[in-house]
Design a binder for this molecule. Structure first.
Ligand code: AP5
Ligand code: MG
Length: 235
């Protein structure tokens, strides 16, 4: 009798364990599905073209997670770490920080937000074509790249106006560094646009913020619709 009770208890324990494993697997599957359904959008364009401005509007409308490579790097600089000091030296020359640094900051932020995010805006990335290749291999494929096309004169004027109006001026918002940032941008951008032509929408960013945003919304709605259709087909 005692033996039978013991066997029953063992059987129940094994069943409970199996149920717990199955529940965990189902949850992992749900998370993996959810992650592939989340849009990943690259936000491209020269310094001061309006990347951050448009991202703020996208966040307001769609509730996406905004990850600006520049902001992540500035946070590291603000921490006062040795790494931050080295990053600051590069950023103040208008050059590009190593992709290992940027990608690991982005990846950490994505992993932290993944469970609750409705979509990711990767602002200021990729800045050279290998960054795009590494991101898609190591993090996730991008669904769309929005490229804000703007003349250099306009970009310079916008940055200088931002610097004049802001109480906390960015270290790289001075004329010499702005010129260097523009040169870095010029050197790398055509190769990115060529490689990712199929998923890039070029938007004229010389217009009013709201007019630009209308085009942004059309593009994002299109991505969301495609994702929904794909998810429905998998059911
Ligand atoms: P980052 O911080 O990304 O700077 P950036 O690319 O130079 O661009 P900004 O942030 O200055 O401008 P924005 O396009 O966001 O424009 P905003 O909306 O603010 O990068 C800084 C540095 O970090 C890089 O130089 C590099 O060293 C490093 N880094 C970053 N990413 C890296 C990467 N992937 N790899 C390696 N290194 C990296 O608008 C500007 C102003 O214009 C605002 O005042 C705004 O109100 C106004 N404005 C915006 N839109 C309009 C409009 N349509 N009409 C009128 N005014 C407008
Ligand atoms: Mg910005």
């Amino acid at each position: 009798m005692l033996f039978m009770c013991h066997q029953k208890a063992m059987k129940k324990e094994a069943e409970d364990k199996l149920k717990a494993v199955e529940k965990l697997r189902a949850e992992e599957l749900r998370r993996a599905r959810a992650a592939s359904e989340i849009p990943v959008i690259w936000i491209l364009g020269g310094p001061g073209c309006g990347k951050g401005t448009q991202c703020a509007k996208i966040v307001e409308k769609y509730g996406f997670t905004h990850l600006s490579s520049g902001d992540l790097l500035r946070n590291e600089v603000a921490s006062g770490s040795d790494k931050g000091r080295k990053l600051q030296e590069i950023m103040s020359t208008g050059g590009l920080v190593s992709n290992d640094e940027v990608l690991s900051l982005l990846n950490d932020a994505i992993v932290r937000a993944k469970g609750s995010s409705k979509g990711f805006l990767i602002d200021g990335y990729p800045r050279e074509k290998n960054q795009g290749v590494e991101f898609e291999a190591r993090v996730a494929p991008a669904d769309l790249a929005l490229y804000f096309d703007c003349s250099e004169d306009t970009m310079v004027q916008r940055i200088l106006a931002r610097a004049a109006a802001s109480s906390v001026k960015r270290e790289d918002d001075n004329e010499k560094t702005i010129r260097a940032r523009l040169q870095t941008f010029r050197q790398n951008t055509n190769a990115i646009l060529e490689l990712y032509e199929a998923k890039t929408l070029t938007i004229n960013a010389e217009r009013d913020v709201d007019d630009i945003f209308l085009e942004v919304v059309q593009a994002i709605d299109c991505v969301l619709k495609k994702k929904q259709q794909k998810a429905a087909a998998q059911c």
